[in-house]
Design a protein around this ligand. Structure first.
Ligand SMILES: CC(=O)SCCNC(=O)CCNC(=O)[C@H](O)C(C)(C)COP(=O)(O)OP(=O)(O)OC[C@H]1O[C@@H](n2cnc3c(N)ncnc32)[C@H](O)[C@@H]1OP(=O)(O)O
Ligand SMILES: CC(C)C(=O)C(=O)O
Ligand SMILES: [Mg+2]
Length: 556
């Protein structure tokens, strides 16, 4: 890239950290979650949500289980203000949910924010100002001390307004653009704000350290969080919060490592909506935890339902590859993945559960409202017998012999390859029915009768139709199928051997029917397969044999 010299690393590594977070393996406990969908998410939409849409979204967040929800920036617009007033006046905030509002450190904005909160039982008031080198120099053109002054003026005014307003208010401070701020300066400004608020363990405040713009790899952010966690004053009175964005695509890593490094709270949005590349995706964070056996304390057991509401209200799309939520994230098209999934599911069924360990599926899709059928295995030219057989079995109850699965698998993938398209389960079933089941040409089974002359000495009279003429053929053998085999081979003057046979009751769809599968090997080694489906199990076997023989006759 020709302009690489234009860039340099703009973040600040802490002078010394204990790096204790590197010794921690996983997140053992859910953090305090704060949804910022209705503020950071909303401010990034092409058309921000209207009042009704915000109310419906709020309701969804409550149902998911968020106990802290940043509902907006009430001084930003009439809609934002009206939304807050509606929540308060219509008593729509459950007692166990705390709303949060954002304000710049400017007097008229802070005062308007408190006006919007009149009558609220409790709320978090979130104050921010920018602290990075770039913002100080280019946007504010102020010295460090002057930037601290902005924060302190706001912090004092929050305290004063809270005293003047009825209600229970908690404070939050964000050194916005934290990731581009010298770490010692970030610490200093936070500690100066804390000196104003004088938090205690009983009355804690939130210090939120945003990756407003991601500037480093996640281990650097984690080291910054750890440095702040270890050096903040009033640490017992501070709830340390992270607020990662996703510019470098590592929002989730920032939040996870940030938690290992001491963060107790995470601000993020559903599916990562938010400024530019978005905020950290809370769905991914929560379900990552879930996949480790840790209860995330958020309920995502109906992801499709949540996506439908999210897409309708935000007009955003959840991408097909979005972790957990995306349409294709539990889907295998490729043969070896399908084979492993089908076998893993079978293994699980045989053992009646246990810890989830099905290959290629980090969690059970059913746990979040996804279906096995149509969701985990889809068929195209990359697919194999395992997946194709799995679909026939799962959706239609057809449990083919292994070798027949292979034969059918190649047949189906060729169809997909030639047509250059995915094949739906109905199309696969159609192909199977047309190709193998109850085949009647060139010879049609009209009926078959058996007598058992002696033990293991069966006679059969089979009525067949060929070329429009009906006739009877006879044969004998040590079983019914053997008798018919002999009748067919003698009458048609064909030879085959190595009969593969399998049968089972059909438990899906046409119940009280049986399916039989037969494979016959011609003298040149070619194997022909047939399937018979009938209410009578013997008739299903005879039909399977006729289907296989017809395949053979058709290919001669
Ligand atoms: C990283 C984040 O997501 S931060 C949140 C960002 N969200 C939003 O901005 C959405 C809502 N905002 C708005 O609707 C508007 O910006 C308002 C109503 C808050 C303010 O509007 P306005 O006063 O018209 O304009 P604007 O936001 O551009 O104000 C810029 C001024 O505020 C100052 N300013 C910006 N942020 C802050 C802050 N946090 N604290 C103190 N001053 C600030 C700027 O330096 C600038 O000062 P200047 O007038 O001396 O040049
Ligand atoms: C207001 C702050 C917390 C913010 O949204 C950010 O820095 O990204
Ligand atoms: Mg943000």
């Amino acid at each position: 890239m020709k302009n690489v010299d234009k860039y340099t690393r703009g973040y600040f590594m802490p002078p010394a950290t204990s790096l204790k977070w590197t010794q921690k393996e996983y997140i053992a406990e859910a953090p305090i979650w704060c949804s910022v969908d209705l503020r950071d998410g909303n401010q990034a939409l092409i058309v921000p949500m209207n009042l009704e849409e915000k109310l419906e979204y709020f309701q969804m967040l409550v149902e998911i289980g968020f106990k802290e929800i940043e509902v907006g920036f009430p001084a930003a617009s009439e809609t934002e203000f009206a939304f807050l007033r509606t929540l308060i006046e219509q008593n729509l905030i459950p007692d166990d949910v705390t709303i949060q509002v954002l304000t710049q450190s400017r007097e008229h904005i802070i005062r308007k924010t408190f006006q919007s909160l009149a009558g609220a039982k409790k709320a978090v008031v979130h104050l921010y100002n920018s602290t990075s080198v770039a913002q100080r120099e280019q946007v504010f053109r102020k010295s460090k001390e002057e930037i601290i002054e902005i924060a302190l003026t706001g912090a004092k005014l929050l305290k004063q307004c809270a005293e003047e307003t009825e209600g229970n208010f908690q404070f939050e401070y964000s050194p916005e653009s934290f990731t581009g701020t010298e770490i010692e300066f970030a610490l200093e400004i936070c500690n100066r704000v804390l000196d104003v608020w004088q938090p205690t363990a009983a009355n804690p405040v939130i210090i939120n350290l945003p990756a407003t713009v991601q500037m480093s790899m996640p281990h650097v952010y984690a080291s910054q969080i750890e440095f702040m966690s270890e050096n903040l004053s009033y640490r017992d009175g501070v709830i340390l919060s992270v607020h990662p964005h996703n510019d470098r695509g590592t929002g989730v890593a920032d939040a996870e490592l940030g938690m290992l490094a001491g963060a107790q709270r995470v601000e993020g949005t559903l599916f990562g909506n938010g400024e530019r590349t978005g905020n950290v995706d809370v769905v991914t964070l929560a379900l990552n935890m879930y996949s480790h056996g840790v209860d995330p304390k958020l309920n995502f057991d109906n992801i499709p339902g949540i996506i439908a509401v999210y897409e309708r209200l935000t007009k955003m799309k959840v991408g097909e590859r979005q972790p957990y939520g995306g349409e294709l994230v539990f889907t295998a098209f490729s043969g070896s993945h399908q084979d492993a999934i089908a076998k893993g599911m079978q293994w699980r069924e045989e053992r009646a559960g246990g810890n989830w360990s099905v290959p290629y599926l980090p969690i059970d899709p059913k746990d979040i409202g996804r279906e096995y059928e149509g969701d985990i295995i889809r068929i195209n030219s990359q697919s194999g017998k395992g997946g194709i057989g799995y679909i026939l079995q799962l959706k239609y109850g057809l449990d083919l012999p292994a070798k027949m699965r292979e034969h059918f698998g190649y047949f189906v993938k060729n169809v997909s390859d030639q047509q250059q398209k995915e094949l739906l389960p109905e199309e696969i079933h159609d192909i199977f029915m047309k190709q193998y089941v109850n085949i009647k040409t060139p010879i049609e089974l009209v009926k078959s009768r058996f007598t058992e002359e002696e033990e293991q000495d069966f006679r059969t009279i089979v009525t067949i139709r060929a070329d429009g003429a009906t006739k009877e053929i006879t044969g004998s053998g040590n079983g019914r199928l053997d008798a018919i085999n002999n009748a067919l081979q003698t009458h048609l003057d064909i030879e085959y051997s190595d009969l593969v046979y399998k049968e089972h009751a059909l438990e899906i769809g046409s119940k009280s029917q049986a399916a039989s599968y037969i494979g016959i090997t011609a003298s040149n080694g070619t194997v022909y397969w047939g399937c018979g489906i009938d209410a009578d199990i013997m008739t299903s076997s005879v039909k399977a044999l006729f289907s296989a023989v017809n395949q053979m006759l058709g290919k001669q």
